[in-house]
Design a protein around this ligand. Structure first.
Ligand SMILES: [Zn+2]
Length: 171
């Protein structure tokens, strides 16, 4: 993702590019919903520009999609329809998975000091600096949360991969 991209998204031109790519009329599932409601751009803006104005709109669409998927696939774990349990924490994690306990350092601070204790690993993330998705949701929602994150990754790869190739070709 380069500067050309950022400029396009900021100017609103990216929306035109998505339409030009002919994606809006295709698509199914959450991808189709995102595209037809113009939400794919929100995803990108949240992740790369820190603009979270579309957060709730995205949560609503992803929750619809997840609910339909859970019914279709007969999720074994009890699926209650509540964005608080799965979609909201999964989207929050997807946007920023920095471990909150150590602020991504991977090591704890020496108690009552601002000094990083390099000799120990952060107990929350095991030293990786990244929060684990499994810790953000209840254990019976791990599968659903993982499905949400995979879907968001897929949408971004697909939509923005397509945008990029259209921007390159001068559409
Ligand atoms: Zn940590």
């Amino acid at each position: 993702m380069g500067e050309q991209y950022a400029a396009a998204a900021a100017s609103g031109r990216a929306a035109d590019v998505i339409l030009a790519a002919g994606l809006a009329s295709q698509g199914d599932g959450v991808r189709g919903l995102m595209l037809t409601r113009g939400l794919a751009l929100h995803l990108w803006r949240m992740r790369h520009l820190g603009d979270t104005s579309g957060f709730e709109a995205v949560v609503a669409v992803v929750d619809d999609w997840l609910y339909a998927k859970a019914r279709r696939e007969r999720f074994k774990t009890g699926f209650e329809r509540s964005p608080e349990l799965v979609v909201r924490p999964a989207l929050t994690w997807w946007l920023d998975s920095t471990c909150r306990a150590c602020s991504g350092r991977g090591h704890p601070l020496i108690p009552d000091t601002p000094v990083i204790d390099d000799s120990r690993r952060c107990a929350e993330c095991g030293g990786s600096g990244h929060a684990r998705l499994e810790r953000e949701v209840r254990s019976d929602y791990h599968y659903a949360a993982k499905a949400v994150v995979n879907e968001l990754d897929r949408i971004c790869a697909e939509v923005f991969g397509n945008m990029r190739s259209h921007l390159r070709s001068g559409v």
